[in-house]
Design a protein around this ligand. Structure first.
Ligand code: SAM
Length: 301
């Protein structure tokens, strides 16, 4: 796989600055990048820290691991690559006692959602390409339903909840009814099967925006994204050293709410960002993905 523009990172300076604020006091000397993607965050951490700082670099997409292996080849021995779900953080930490001594970590960074590579080349994520409606970000290592299975088998009410809750869609009820009707005639297979049905009800002027919302809602369901986020945040706190930090960049209001609530309610954490940090106009102009990004950070006390 030879991809130059695998992913343009969002809020990289702000995120890594917040993550590394206490690096000089860290005894653990291990950071976890739970969403390795194109490897830019990990690379920046490596560049800004001494050689004794190591990174556990996690991504459930094998393409991200393979790509970043090349991007990070100038840092031999400093990166431990894990093709895993970040929700399994506790098991991962326990798996490396020689690296994560005393099972304490200096910090965790998460940059949620999809990489541009996934959106542009993997099956099912984009409404702009006609591919199989898959959307599993881990290529099925944990089994799981594809997006087409969700559409073809979920009861009407469950589908409605996905579109209403995860998609925050105005036409959730109509869209769900159309999907139920269509699947009675022919099962969903491809992204264009879904787009064709959605076009029936969504007015042309809202189409692109609402197609993105429907696809995002299905992706959240297929990949169990909200539960994974709650689990990694709750489980990581016990492994952080005092002064260790968690920094999270999210792109969906439900994700941001989860981060905000867990940071505020966990008594072992102090919130560093009273308000979320958002990208400046210049970054948004250069990178449309940055538009909805929100960064929050907290510190173990
Ligand atoms: C926005 S990209 C990260 C980009 C990265 N910060 C960079 O600098 O290139 C998100 C990545 O997180 C991964 N990801 C999302 N949810 C995950 C999960 N639960 N476990 C592991 N990786 C996950 C995706 O596969 C994707 O590669």
């Amino acid at each position: 796989m030879e991809i130059i523009n695998y992913h343009e990172p969002v809020l990289i300076n702000e995120t890594i600055d917040l993550l590394l604020a206490n690096v000089n006091d860290s005894k653990a000397k291990v950071y976890i990048d739970g969403t390795l993607g194109g490897g830019s965050y990990t690379k920046r951490i490596l560049e800004l820290t001494e050689n004794d700082v190591k990174i556990l670099a996690v991504d459930r997409d094998i393409n991200a691991i393979e790509h970043s292996g090349k991007v990070l080849q100038d840092f031999p021995g400093r990166v431990i690559f894990c093709n895993s779900n970040f929700a399994d953080i506790a098991e991962l930490i326990r798996k490396y006692p020689d690296i994560i001594a005393g099972q304490k970590v200096s910090g965790l960074v998460l940059d949620l959602g999809l990489s541009s590579y996934q959106l542009n080349y993997e099956e099912g994520f984009s409404y702009q390409r006609d591919t199989e409606l898959d959307m599993r970000a881990d290529k099925g290592i944990q089994g799981g339903l594809k997006a087409k299975d969700v559409l073809n088998t979920y009861p009407e009410n469950d589908l409605l909840n996905i579109f209403k809750e995860y998609g925050e869609l105005k036409y959730s009820r109509q869209i769900t009814k159309d999907i139920i009707y269509y699947r009675g005639k022919k099962k969903f297979e491809t992204t264009s099967d879904l787009v064709d049905v959605l076009k029936l009800k969504i007015p042309a002027r809202y189409l692109n925006k609402d197609l993105s919302k429907v696809f995002q809602a299905l992706r959240i369901e297929v990949n169990n994204e909200l539960d994974n986020l709650k689990k990694v945040l709750n489980d990581t706190v016990d492994f952080l050293e005092t002064g260790g930090r968690i920094a999270v960049v999210s792109y969906h209001s439900l994700e941001d709410r989860i981060v905000k609530n867990i940071f505020r309610s966990n008594e072992k954490l102090k919130v560093i960002t009273k308000k979320p940090v958002i990208p400046g106009d210049e970054e948004v102009e250069k990178n449309v993905r940055a538009r909805s990004a929100k960064l929050r950070a907290a510190e173990k006390i």
